[in-house]
Design a protein around this ligand. Sequence first.
Ligand code: IVH
Length: 692
Amino acid sequence: MSQDSLFEKQYSLDDLTKKVDELKQKIVAADYRYYVLAEPSISDREYDSVFKELQDIEHAYPELQTQDSPTKRVGGQPLKEFKQFKHIIPMLSLSNTYTNQELLDFDRKVQQGLDSTDYAYACELKVDGVAISLHYSQGVLQRAITRGDGEFGDDITENIKTLPMLPLRIYDTSIITEIPEFEVRGEVYMEKLDFLNLNKEREEAGEKLYANPRNLTAGTLKLLDSSLVAKRPLKIVCYFLETHSPASSVSQSKNVELLKKMGFPISPYNEQVFSIQKVYEYIENWDAKRESLPFFIDGIVIKVDAISQQRILGFVARAPRWAIAYKYEALKAETKLLDITLQVGRTGAITPVAELQSVVLAGSTISRATLHNIDYIHSNDIRNKDFVIIEKGGDIIPKVVSSIKEKRSSDSIPFQFPQLCPCKVQSEIHRPEGEANYYCIHPNCPWQIRRRIEHFASRDAMDIEGLGEKVVDQFVELGLLQNVADIYDLYAKRDEILLLDRWGSKSIDNVLASIEKSKQKPYHRLLFALGIRYVGEGAAKNLAFHFGSMSALKNADIEEFMSVKDIGKSIAQSLIDFFADPQESTVIKRLELAGLTFAIDEEEFSQRTNEFTGFIFVLTGELESMTRKHASELIEKKGGKVSGSVSKKTNYLVAGTNAGSKHIAAQELAIPILNEQEFIQLLQISKPDTNN
Ligand code: IVH
């Protein structure tokens, strides 16, 4: 039924409701076959046409689009922030074990706790992802909550709805009648291959790579725009069911079977075993095979299977006595260290890098690994041409952990840090007292130039899209960029760029538009973007608001700098050096001429006072009249500080509705707690402006 035919023919609402149900069930069944069972049942074409038909009807009759509609999987309107939600059952973590002996100790305690009656263990893979709790009512997904601090988590329902494997509704009415309310827990994760592909795209776009699939999954789930989440290939595996009814009180393995019957994706690798020796076999077996799995696991979870026995064993502190995680060691490989090269960062810090004979580790080919710094190399006695052990945790950047001394050649000598920077300028390098790093101090070091331009354009600084690592390298190499001010002269070089490989008029115009937009970025971001040594985002903000403008900042002396909140001697000296440098002064002059923002917003400045100087606030719960971000800004405007956690140093806790563990912590420490009204009074704003 196309949208046109919908309007041509008069369908009754009843007919349409039936049709919508039919289409939804068809899609749900196809999703399950495709994503959970990996056995597609209909062609892509057919699927798309059914999906489109449903979308068309819902578009014409929005009242027919229910919360559980598969069309919701494409994501919705971006949120301002996530609401906090208190877990019905706290989300605890597991105790970790690393050895056979610790495993035997666990088993002994289980045996003692159960008075030696028979028991079985449920063994499961510990997928390295992000835990999530899902609430269903009448078979429909109501809410998805992250673990958070175990007691309170973020409500990320809209993001979770985009996961195609997850049933948004359970259609089996007999199950729903028996268990109208239930909670499911599982792990959201990303497969290795999908992760590598996403990183490849980022690499091609010259963007910074994600460290590992877990970080990328966690970062994705925190996106406020669910339509972006929908584009990322997230998966979920479910391993826990609570129904508060006999339906889920037999055993963990029966619960997982029930989850499967309801249509949840479960792990095909679960096993029920009857002795700790068999648990160990399971552990060994998966240790040997884990590299061949399509996703990362960081261990095995072992649970006493019978729920009645779990209840007898109970909990100790914040972990169950009936379950434990056996953690695997990081994956290791042996290879030859061919050379030690140096990498120069934006501040001139030089990091030694191991160039390795290529070796496959955790599914990817490794030819470089970090050696951290000279002290690391010496304390581990790692030398050029050594055979070394490299290790990869969940991260994509592997490290050299040791060298095999027995295989070392007799003429090997300890590594000496070169005296010169690898940059073409060949400037001498030096190591400041008390620092682990060597630095290149030449102002024209091309490597520093690249990293500084890249930093200037990065998301938290001037946010110039399309000016990532690769593009910056290319432009510096060709002499199109020599410093950050040159970015604003790229308009004049449009034709030149068009002649380069991989550049078309669309891509160059996008970059130019983003450059133009960056001129409006607030002054404190520019200050951070300049990459003055030690001046991070916080210091940049403090300096911006203290002095108000670049000209005032330039003319300040060291004492004045040091009178600013959180600015110590080294930052102050670094500012003096920066502004005294004639090259930097030229760059700053050119940036000013290009029209960048050189002072803080007048209105914002006039509103800024110092009444809260020295006061630390913590925010919790939801505020009605403003977002938490806005509340933080109001506090900072008055010179106060906002901290993420309650401690003895906290002066006020501002508690909105649904306040959580921070509220309890503040009560315990007798810290004054303000409700929203009291907070507003303190701010002396009768009606705060909620316009962010
Ligand atoms: S059971 C109290 N089962 O590992 C029971 N957890 O520290 C807690 N995980 O937060 C969880 N796979 O993120 C359980 N099959 C599995 C799991 C699993 C991964 C994660 C989960 C949890 C952490 C336990």
